[in-house]
Write a protein that binds this ligand. Structure first.
Ligand code: FAD
Length: 464
């Protein structure tokens, strides 16, 4: 076997360009690199690591049925990979290495280092397109990256419609089935397997079920967290157990069946946001270095009070919807998009904590933690980002709660101490109700905190 397929965040056997095209070129073996110290440094959550391990195991089982040997190589950090990969390739007589490219800067550097090292040993590399719906840079007429989503989306859609998005099949069967040996993964972590089965087939079923039953109502229903009308596929998309081409294929099919135009699918737009933030990360590497998109916002004096930040992380702010959101994150590893916006706006605008602390906390706890989407979401909420919320837009958590959790059922699920309160008072209980329920008083006053945040941004404008 002379061809090695190197997998990272693309843990699927179907619609995987590196895996498929390598399999057309000869017999292959698969190597997944595990870099636990690097993951820690990138704040990857235990939940994501747990799902990753399960997906690797399931992938290897499937590859064994196709006669494809697969192994995990463990190197603590990216910089340890070149020599580890070289040893592996020399031991197995590898002459070609195939992989799907990744856009974040550390990942790009990792690939360059590995390719250089292997090239010096005569091993040829075959990088494949990155995991986006439009993998080429989506640029304006002046050949510059878009900084606003809407024109990006228009251009993106025009590029998308000339592409061939039929998902690729699984790799060619190369021999009789081989026996499956579970890989050693000492870094494995427990996670909510009851919510996210580590299996790309389950993800695919979930996708098709979503497209047939919920996609049509996504636009009107997507903001209500109680019984999510969203796909909840993000953990699979983040680890590449599901590719975006499978998603668009399912959207087109469902739209065609229902007599709708797939180009107008609001869910498709979410996949475009995924591409948008990933491409931004490729165009502006400083985003991966802790820098805001709007440089002047680095002069903001954030509130460094740890007690307020800790109350937010623990879901004890005294704002029921924020607390329910944070407890959902802490208990399940996932949070509904509307709640991510409410919770991030609360921390960055009302607590006025540095958005980077929130970004890190989310990454450390999200099962779908994905650097570019998370960074984009936080910078949007904190008004420091590209195409961000205007600085004077500060979510009122109580109003948001009344609108998107009108009966208070989501709050009841995650803040059980408030379960007995009626639908009117649950969004902002009185002092005596709080005392009775052993629920904290609000840690801040919405009106004064909002005004202070707006003033801080306005002062910044004057400096500018
Ligand atoms: P659906 O509504 O079904 O959307 C389908 C897919 O589109 C998602 O699975 C995701 O891959 C993509 N998507 C949807 N919205 C966005 C968006 N705004 N930006 C980029 N991609 C999007 N998403 C992540 O995948 N990982 C993160 O770490 C992450 N952090 C976020 C942090 C904040 C503060 C905010 C406001 C948003 C964040 N998002 C993140 C985006 C969004 O909240 C999640 O993608 C979504 O909630 C996942 O649920 P779903 O799969 O049901 O989404």
């Amino acid at each position: 076997i002379k061809h090695l397929v190197w997998l990272r965040n693309d843990l699927r056997w179907r619609d995987n360009p590196a895996l498929y095209y390598a399999s057309l070129s000869g017999s292959i073996r698969v190597l997944v690199s595990a870099t636990p110290e690097q993951w820690q440094e990138h704040n990857e959550s235990n939940a994501k690591t747990g799902l990753r391990a399960g997906l690797i195991q399931r992938l290897f089982e499937q590859l064994a049925t196709l006669g494809i040997p697969a192994e995990v190589i463990c190197a603590p950090r990216f910089e340890d990979l070149p020599s580890a990969m070289e040893d592996y390739c020399l031991m197995h007589g590898i002459e070609h290495i195939w992989f799907n490219q990744e856009l974040p800067i550390d990942e790009q550097q990792r690939d360059q280092m590995v390719c250089q090292q292997l090239k010096s040993k005569g091993i040829e590399n075959h990088p494949q397109a990155t995991d986006l719906l439009v993998s080429q840079p989506v640029l304006s007429q002046q050949s510059t990256p878009f900084k606003v989503f809407t024109p990006f989306f228009k251009r993106w859609l025009s590029l998308l419609s000339v592409q061939d998005w039929q998902p690729l099949p699984e790799p060619e069967k190369q021999a009789d089935a081989i026996s499956f040996k579970a890989p050693e993964m000492p870094w494995i972590q427990p996670y909510r397997e009851d919510l996210w089965t580590p299996d790309q087939e389950v993800a695919k079923q979930k996708l098709w079920h979503f497209c047939h039953t919920k996609e049509a109502d996504y636009e009107t229903q997507r903001n209500y967290p109680i019984d999510p009308a969203t796909s909840t596929l993000s953990p699979y998309l983040a680890l590449g157990a599901l590719g975006p081409r499978e998603c668009i294929f399912a959207i087109m099919y469902a739209c065609e069946q229902a007599g709708r135009r797939w180009q107008e699918s609001v869910w498709l737009k979410e996949l475009a946001w995924r591409d948008f933030y990933r491409q931004l990360m490729g165009h502006f590497p400083f985003l991966a270095m802790g820098k805001p998109f709007k440089a002047e916002t680095d002069f903001i004096q954030w509130n460094q009070e740890e007690t307020l930040f800790n109350a937010w992380t623990q879901g004890n702010t005294g704002f029921p919807i924020v607390d329910a959101a944070m407890r959902q994150l802490n208990q399940t590893g996932w949070m509904h998009n509307r709640l991510r916006m409410i919770s991030a706006s609360f921390l960055s605008k009302l607590v006025f904590a540095d958005w980077r602390k929130g970004e890190e906390y989310f990454m450390r706890h999200l099962i779908d933690g994905e650097f570019s989407a998370n960074n984009g979401g936080w910078q949007w909420s904190a008004s420091t980002g590209c195409d961000a919320a205007p600085y004077f837009r500060v979510f009122n958590p109580t109003r948001q709660s009344e609108t998107y959790d009108a009966n208070g059922d989501f709050i009841r699920r995650f803040v059980p101490e408030l379960a007995e309160l009626d639908a009117r008072s649950i969004h902002n209980p009185s002092a005596s109700q709080r005392a009775q329920c052993h629920y904290p008083l609000p840690i801040l006053d919405y009106r004064t905190s909002r005004l202070a945040a707006i003033q801080a941004f306005a002062d910044l404008k004057e400096i500018k």
